[in-house]
Design a protein around this ligand. Structure first.
Ligand code: NOJ
Length: 768
């Protein structure tokens, strides 16, 4: 009876809640419509215009003539300026405009605002979505206190090419991990109520295929087969939208000959019509103007017309909507309907953020003072930074280091590079508030003699510091060698054609190794680095990325064993740049590589395998996987299969393990990847403890897009792999059976605007 009552009660609460949500929606729609009806065409185009702010010597300043433009209603939003006091003043100016429409303040709040968290690829290496969500929550708490309403994050681009500089900004190469991280970040930024003063609009970017830049060269074209677009590049966007992302940014690139900023097919078609998303689509920087060099628009007016028609609502920086579209609307070349739809979406975002109710709710100087860099924010940044470190190699248990060592040599210019520690896109982060690796080590072992030598830097061929580095190494008990890329070598437009250590650092590693002391390499950087030249000859290597404000403390925590490393690679690390693109979820080919068989798919001068595979990461303890079992040997499309495994901590320390589950569809109507991540779990095990870990597999985990672009599952055998990386796995097998004897089961029609005839392939009928 109780249970029944509570179900009825829950249903009642749900229906009251959904009625309330509907009422809010229609109230918002009525508000927006009535405002729109009173606006001139110029005022409407103003709402679609985003201008860059400027920074003066003491803070943000309005661009020349800016206040007048705001008063005339010619600006809808600003990019890149913040500060509670400044944004409050600007809102006061906006309230002097005819309709008193508040401004939106937007910025790239990517991995923290003032307290800086690990760069996004490092956050993904934690495989800890709760911690990543919490990091985004803290970023939003700080950013909104400084007057910001809108972040251009998360970046959810899948990147399979380590040459591409922006690989640092995403979650790596895998669509499953990428989708989980995308959703976590959206939830963190937006919270559960966008109108709360500490939540902000999130932007899934860059839509779409930006990470597939040919040759790894930023902004280059992306040539992506439609099925790959749907199986690999689109899922993180879908996940972000499912999590409620209120905004999406178009990408600079073209896909299949169509620049995304002009792609009605991708924006209004796929995103809006197919997926039913109705948020704000913002251009990337001068993306609208760039339709001219792309070669699809002859002049800026045509560029504006194409972008608006495609569904780009906000013109960032180009000023083309504001300056060129009015005559085109009046002459009918641009539809007023399209202008209205875009303005509605922008006004709706302002309404949902609560700005019409109180334009100053985000500009609170007291909150700004109390919130930024709060102690608990730093603590969260340190906790996540520890989890993001990936221990790549640890021969002879070289790590952790003893705290009673006499002399420690810390070598490398990155060890003292505070700016690089916080990484690129670090919003209001301040290098001087961060902890460098050298400082972190000094704090962790106050009794040790810690000596630093610059050795080499990552940007020049200067070897003049080698001799001192070798001398310091000879005098030490152990060497911590901090090498990699400085933060400007790994970010937008920082693409590389070589993936070794830049500058004279490879020589430095050789020279320091020659000193004969144990060497621990701490790698800093935002991309997989091809470090084959020394990977087998130093005992320990940890990938420490750019870990943010608490970088040095977190590195020291792991070096000296106060934290046990648990991060896993969200990207494959190649042996050499010539292997790129190299990713774990590749297809098999008709001649998969076999050693000693020449005419198989490999190289004659380097192994085909990676240096470190996707999902790899060591711990100071060891884990054993036993007893992989499936709840059934066969499943139907409507069933759920439970996959379980026992994981034991076989070492002598407490540790976290990321248990990973992959599948392989053995035979498909299209070729299937050799492995696909479909689940993971972070567990903590005491020494000797065993935990049984279970995963549920359903049809959606087995599905892919077929040649007709339908999302389908096909009957047949699947392999399941569970283990501690994409390569160290236990294996089982099950069959997906099809009692209706159909060739495949369609889960979702992806292209509802087209109708595909029911086909038969190899004589099989498709179940609809
Ligand atoms: C260009 C970058 O591609 C994009 O990611 C960023 O959000 C905008 N600039 C605004 O800074």
């Amino acid at each position: 009876m109780m249970a029944r009552l509570s179900i009825v009660g829950a249903a009642l609460i749900l229906s009251v809640a959904s009625a309330a949500a509907q009422a809010t929606t229609s109230r918002a729609a009525r508000f927006v419509d009535s405002l729109l009806a009173r606006m001139t065409l110029e005022e409407k185009l103003g709402q679609l215009t985003q201008l860059p702010g400027r920074w003066g010597d003491t803070g943000p300043v309005v661009p020349e003539g800016g206040e007048g433009e705001i008063r005339r209603g010619q600006v809808g939003s600003f990019l890149g300026v913040f500060g509670a006091g400044y944004t409050r003043r600007m809102q006061e100016v906006a309230l002097q405009s005819r309709h008193k429409i508040p401004l939106l303040f937007a910025h790239d709040v990517i991995h923290g605002f003032r307290t800086i968290f690990p760069v996004s690829i490092a956050e993904a290496a934690s495989w800890d979505p709760q911690a990543v969500e919490h990091a985004a929550r803290i970023a939003a708490i700080e950013a909104t206190a400084a007057g910001l309403h809108w972040t251009f994050a998360p970046m959810v681009d899948i990147a399979r090419d380590a040459r591409w500089g922006r690989i640092v900004e995403g979650a790596g190469e895998d669509p499953y991990l990428g989708s989980i991280m995308a959703a976590a970040r959206v939830r963190g930024f937006q919270g559960t109520d966008l109108s709360a003063p500490n939540t902000m609009l999130a932007t899934a970017k860059h839509f779409v295929g930006y990470g597939a830049a040919e040759g790894g060269r930023d902004y280059n074209i992306a040539d992506i087969p439609e099925v790959t677009l749907r199986d690999i590049y689109l899922p993180p966007f879908h996940a972000a939208i499912d999590a409620g992302a209120g905004s999406v940014m178009a990408s600079f690139n073209e896909v299949a000959g169509e620049p995304v900023h002009a792609s009605e097919r991708l924006i209004d078609g796929l995103l809006r019509a197919e997926w039913g998303w109705n948020g704000v689509l913002v251009s990337d920087y001068t993306g609208v103007l760039e339709l001219i060099p792309h070669g699809v628009a002859a002049d800026s007016a045509s560029a504006g017309a194409l972008a608006l028609r495609a569904g780009v609502d906000v013109d960032m920086v180009s000023r083309i909507y504001l300056n060129k579209l009015a005559p085109l609307v009046r002459s009918g070349r641009v539809a007023m309907r399209d202008v209205n739809a875009a303005v509605r979406r922008v006004l709706r975002a302002k309404y949902d953020l609560g700005l019409f109710a109180d334009p100053f709710r985000y500009s609170d100087t007291t909150r700004e003072r109390q919130t930024l860099l709060a102690a608990e924010h730093r603590a969260a940044a340190r906790a996540l930074a520890r989890k993001a470190i990936v221990l790549l190699r640890n021969e002879g248990r070289a790590l952790p280091l003893s705290k009673s060592l006499g002399t420690i040599a810390v070598i490398g210019s990155l060890a003292t590079d505070a700016r690089s520690s916080i990484g690129n896109w670090s919003a209001a982060g301040r290098a001087e508030e961060g902890v460098t690796v050298l400082e972190g080590i000094r704090r962790a072992v106050p009794s040790a003699r810690v000596v630093h030598a610059r050795g080499a830097d990552s940007a020049t061929a200067d070897t003049s510091g080698f001799a001192e580095a070798v001398r310091v190494a000879r005098d030490a008990d152990v060497v911590v060698l901090v090498v990699g890329e400085h933060q400007e070598q790994s970010a937008e437009a920082n693409n590389r054609a070589f993936l070794g250590l830049p500058g004279a650092q490879e020589g430095l590693v050789r020279a320091v190794r020659g000193a004969g002391k144990p060497v621990v390499v701490v790698l800093m950087g935002g991309r997989p680095l091809a470090i084959s030249s020394f990977a087998d000859s130093v005992p320990a290597i940890m990938h420490a990325w750019y870990l943010g404000t608490e970088m040095g403390n977190a590195v020291a925590d792991v070096l000296f064993g106060d934290a046990n490393p648990s991060g896993k690679l969200p990207v494959t690390i190649p042996r050499t740049v010539g292997q790129v693109p190299l990713y774990y979820n590749h297809r098999n080919t008709g001649r998969p590589p076999v050693a000693n068989q020449k005419y198989t798919s490999k190289y004659i001068d380097v192994p085909w395998t990676p240096l470190y595979p996707f999902g790899h990461g060591l711990s100071y303890t060891t884990f054993a996987y036993r007893n992989l079992r499936l709840s059934a040997a066969a499943m139907r499309p409507s069933d759920t299969l439970i996959v379980s495994v026992d994981v034991t901590n076989t070492g002598d320390r407490v540790g976290d393990e990321i248990v990973q589950l992959y599948i392989r569809d053995e035979v498909g109507t299209l070729t299937r990847p050799v492995k696909e991540l479909r689940g993971f779990r972070r567990i903590t095990l005491q020494p000797g403890e065993t935990q049984s870990v279970s995963f549920a597999l359903g049809s959606k985990d087995l599905a892919f897009h077929d040649a007709a672009l339908d999302l389908v599952v096909e009957p047949g055998f699947f392999r399941v792999y569970v283990g501690s990386s994409s390569e160290r796995v236990e294996e089982a097998r099950f069959e997906l059976v099809d009692p209706r004897r159909c060739g495949k089961r369609v889960l979702r029609r992806e292209v509802p605007r087209f109708t595909w005839p029911a086909k038969s392939r190899m004589g099989a009928v498709i179940c609809r």
